[in-house]
Design a protein around this ligand. Structure first.
Ligand SMILES: Cc1cc2nc3c(=O)[nH]c(=O)nc-3n(C[C@H](O)[C@H](O)[C@H](O)COP(=O)(O)OP(=O)(O)OC[C@H]3O[C@@H](n4cnc5c(N)ncnc54)[C@H](O)[C@@H]3O)c2cc1C
Length: 314
């Protein structure tokens, strides 16, 4: 431990292979763990003092980071706050800290009989990561459910914004706000060029505990049938090039399903998932990803775009 206050602590970072869902990635310079919003304005100064690029991480379920030493200062959140609800007529607003697991938000909503989020059941990660990636499944996406966001940037400080006031833009598996992408490491050394999400307010509606729970169970069961949910992966590697053209199908048709290299394999259950079978490396993962892009381009003419966040020099 190098430094700690009530709002944050600065310490040595664990290797990203201990955090990320795909169990890959080397060691950042240091990590800053934030416990509440009050600590946010200390981040630019601390990151500059530690000497690395700021890299915001949620639960690491959609990140593939390079092997070896990484010139990054990791910013994680371990919030003290829990989910809270406020009634506004027919709507109920659920306020959740960004560092909370998404599953904790879904469980709190289910326990209160509030519907809206059920389609997200089984998506690993944090509330913040789900907003940053505009996570979605079974026809539900995070973006349209948001009422407001509390964000921090060095330029604007801490502020609350309304997505519907065009201060945030949500598209398929990506989100920007105030003109900045959320949290990814900056491409070049800069002051503090990231946007950190600290809190999100979702608009939910009364639906009944039994109905919410049974819908969540059904979506979860469907997800387990279709995806290797318990394997070490980063979720779908590629975006679907069009709503009726799943990347997984293109990969399968191009012969990538089950294809393996150096401990990494495109899942035999769902070709869109790259799985670390143990002993994999980012170098092998990237080689397989590049092979897959080329194979799909040759087979069907589609150029696949990555859905995973690659924390690598390209
Ligand atoms: C088995 C499996 C199944 C999955 N299924 C789905 C699915 O059905 N649908 C789907 O959309 N995704 C899916 N994913 C991908 C992943 O779970 C989601 O993208 C998830 O929302 C990422 O959350 P995270 O906290 O892990 O984010 P991370 O992976 O930690 O980060 C992802 C990005 O968000 C940024 N970020 C994270 N937190 C913040 C913050 N507080 N402020 C600013 N930026 C931030 C990071 O900098 C990074 O750029 C799946 C993944 C796995 C492993």
């Amino acid at each position: 431990m190098r430094h700690a206050t009530r709002s944050l602590r600065v310490g040595d970072a664990p290797p990203l292979s201990e955090i990320t869902g795909i169990r890959l990635g080397g060691k950042p310079v240091a990590e800053i763990v934030l416990h509440d919003k009050a600590g946010a304005d200390k981040l630019p100064g601390l990151v500059a003092g530690l000497g690395g690029l700021p890299a915001v991480i949620g639960k690491g379920s959609n990140i593939i980071a390079a092997d070896g030493d990484l010139p990054l200062v990791l910013i994680r959140q371990e919030p003290r706050d829990k989910v809270s609800f406020e009634r506004h007529g027919a709507e109920v607003w659920a306020k959740a800290p960004a560092g909370l697991p998404l599953s904790a938000l879904l469980n709190a909503a289910a326990a209160a009989g509030l519907g809206g989020l059920e389609g997200l059941a089984g998506i690993p990660g944090s509330v913040g990561g789900s907003v940053a990636m505009n996570a979605g499944s079974f026809g539900t996406e995070v973006g349209p459910l948001l009422r407001s966001l509390t964000v921090f940037s060095a330029r604007t400080g801490l502020r609350e914004i309304r997505p519907d006031a065009e201060q945030a833009e949500f598209s398929y598996r990506s989100a920007r706000c105030l003109g900045l992408p959320f949290g990814s490491p900056a491409p070049a050394a800069g002051e503090f060029p990231v946007l950190l999400l600290l809190e999100a307010v979702f608009v939910l509606s009364e639906s009944g505990k039994d109905r919410v729970r049974s819908r969540m169970r059904a979506f979860l069961a469907e997800k387990r049938l279709r995806q290797p949910v318990s394997a070490a992966s980063a979720g779908c590697v590629f975006k679907n090039p069009a709503p009726d053209v799943p990347a997984g199908r293109l990969l399968e048709e191009a012969g990538m399903k089950g294809k393996a290299l150096g401990g990494m394999r495109f899942s035999s259950l769902h070709a869109g998932f790259l799985v670390n079978e143990g002993g994999g490396s980012s170098a092998a993962a990237l080689e397989l990803i590049n092979t897959a892009v080329e194979a799909v381009r040759r087979h069907s003419g589609f150029t696949l775009e990555k859905e995973v966040c690659l924390w690598v020099r390209q």
